[in-house]
Design a protein around this ligand. Sequence first.
Ligand code: COA
Length: 249
Amino acid sequence: MDPVVLYTVRNSVAEIELNRRDSKNALDASMYMLLAETLGKAERDPEVRVLLIRGQEDMFCAGNDLKDFADETGPGTKPALALMDAVQSLKKPLIAAVAGPAVGIGTTLLYHCDVVYAAENARFGMPFVALGVCPEFGSSRLAPLSAGYRTAAEAILFAEQFDADYAVRAGIVSRIVPALELLGYARARAEKLASMPRAAVLESKKLLKNHSFRDMPAVFREELAVFDALLESDDARRSIAAFLNRKKS
Ligand code: COA
């Protein structure tokens, strides 16, 4: 079986492909751990200057694996925290190429990417409230910061899906690209960034992140304490079971 995260390095760019296609690249415990390890590997690799994360042409990531949330003895949010800490500690630039659905942590991850390219078919959503839980991965701070409070509050409280145009307005996506050109475009941009003065890129990223991302690890933990408590509620259990059983009736 292919690994659920694929890793290749070409022209100083580490390409990290989510590869759990039968679950729309939903992240279960082992995939979170592998993705966190892979990001760390790219960060340490002296050959790598830029990271590019992607799914396939019709899917980016369906968020946390809801089966893990439904399983009372399951891993809960701990594996997600390993990914959050790995992303937060990246000093090298992280670019995302998004096509198809990007849901839950598939969207909130994008707040931590330095540049996000989206295909016209990309669909985003932060369905936390509809699932009976709350925003995670720093999105309670980063969504209002990126979109303004009112736009962010509407996206989070109503928990509705939105398209790439809206995602640009909400400060989640840098640029929309025709679907067939997405990967080539994102690779070319990653290679261009990899060819730019190394120290200037790293220092500039650090300055860009300095203020708005301050204390982020504490924000992750504060959000997840609320998230974990809500996950125990009847509302959350019912909503998650409804998704998992939706094809059975
Ligand atoms: N956890 C576990 N399995 C998931 C999943 C998730 N988050 N998202 C999708 N899957 C599985 C589906 O159960 C389905 O499995 P099956 O073929 O065994 O029935 C398969 O992936 C394909 O999903 P499907 O819903 O049929 O594809 P779609 O193209 O119609 O819709 C999504 C794609 C991502 C919009 C939809 O699957 C979805 O809304 N997923 C849940 C997203 C979510 O709420 N994530 C958690 C946020 S905290």
